[in-house]
Design a protein around this ligand. Structure first.
Ligand code: SAH
Ligand code: SF4
Length: 348
């Protein structure tokens, strides 16, 4: 019998399961709390009777991640982890300290099938989806390892969260549960490359999260050359889904724009971008593109990046340049995992 991924159960599912074991209702609340707060072993659940713990051990497993590599920035204390999953797959997470608290950047898939040309995560395609419990475990492990409470989450690590839609939605429901990690949805950002039908589906949940859209180009010609997802859902369709999303959720949308020299950093690009975003309550996050070993693109120099930002601001678009954290341990999305898998001699 395949074991149950019990940490991915919400309270209703857990209640149904515990009732099937003949357990009283209050045990569900106790178990849910232990699981969600990151206990990794049923024997540590000291308020559960031993015979129940034995049944749970037999029928269920608690999804966990183990630290295989850890890099700590000497500049700002940013911590990057390579975690190993139960099947030997590896993912990345980053913990950053801001004035308002700690933010963790989590992965949602092992690899990614979207294949953006500038990103290391997609170089080998998708290996598998992460479960809600594996997304939660990245947070609880980072909390335990650093002795901190994480207050903000960004779903911006490896993978496309909207390509793992059901698990990402369940994760959002679990992580914000009062009896769990209780991280408010307003403190969570979900980043997508623009899977339009799923943006529409997400709108139906009306979560007060921040939707972060990786736009990176103002038109189809440039965007399709960088992101193959754009061949399926072009800029017009994407921005129209964003407008609808905003109408329903009333949340400001964040547009990510990784600047690549001579690709998307011209004045004409800034002007076209400003024009297309007009009327959307949004913020543009400019990111100096992070060079990937397997690619030849370059980031523009800082003057050019600031010039691009100011041109957007002059045209009424709210824009900032993303602060670089952990510059001394830098490795963009997916690079750490590839390196760790190569060293292990397996995987990719
Ligand atoms: N798949 C989702 C979330 C993970 S990627 C998405 O694409 O939005 C998180 C962010 O990192 C995205 O905005 C992505 O475009 C960006 N990114 C990936 N590789 C990068 C690189 N080499 N330099 C700068 N940003 C990069
Ligand atoms: Fe996947 Fe996002 Fe990387 Fe594109 S940028 S390959 S969608 S992780």
């Amino acid at each position: 019998m395949e074991k149950i991924d019990i940490k991915s159960y919400n309270e209703a599912e857990l209640l149904e399961y515990m009732t099937s074991l003949g357990q009283p209702k209050f045990r569900t609340a106790q178990l849910f709390k232990w699981l969600q707060q990151g206990v990794e072993d049923f024997d540590q659940m000291t308020n559960l009777p031993k015979p129940l713990r034995e049944i749970l051990k037999e029928q269920c497993y608690i999804a966990n991640v183990s630290i295989v590599k850890k890099f700590v920035s000497k500049i700002d204390g940013t911590v990057k982890y390579v975690y190993e999953l139960f099947d030997g797959e590896r993912i990345e997470s980053v913990v950053m300290k801001y004035e308002h608290g700690y933010t963790v950047c989590i992965s949602t898939q092992v690899g990614c099938r979207m294949g953006c040309s500038f990103c290391a995560s997609g170089l080998d395609g998708l290996f598998r989806n992460l479960t809600p419990s594996e997304m939660l475990a990245q947070i609880t492990k980072a909390q335990q390892d650093n002795g901190i409470r994480i207050s903000n989450v960004v779903m911006m690590g490896m993978g496309e969260p909207l390509d793992n839609f059901d698990n990402s939605v369940k994760f959002l429901q679990l992580v914000s549960n009062d009896n769990g990690l209780n991280i408010g949805l307003r403190h969570i950002s979900l980043s997508t490359s623009g899977v339009v039908p799923k943006i529409k589906e997400l709108k139906g949940y009306n979560f007060p999260i921040t939707l972060s859209v990786s736009l990176h180009a103002p038109n189809d010609e440039i965007r399709s050359s960088m992101m193959k997802v754009n061949k399926k859902w072009g800029v017009d369709e994407l921005l129209s889904a964003c407008r609808e999303y905003q109408k329903v959720t009333t949340r400001r949308i964040s547009f990510e724009y990784a600047l690549i020299e001579d690709v998307n950093d011209s004045d004409a690009c800034a002007d076209e971008l400003a024009k297309r975003l007009r009327g959307i309550m949004c913020h543009v996050n400019l990111i100096p593109a992070n060079p990937v070993k397997e690619n030849s693109f370059k980031k523009p120099d800082m003057n050019k990046i600031i010039h691009f930002k100011e041109r957007l601001i002059k045209k009424g678009i709210n824009a900032t340049v993303r602060r670089t954290l952990g510059a001394d341990i830098d490795a963009s999305c997916g690079q750490l995992r590839r390196k760790a898998m190569e060293e292990k001699g397996g995987g990719c």
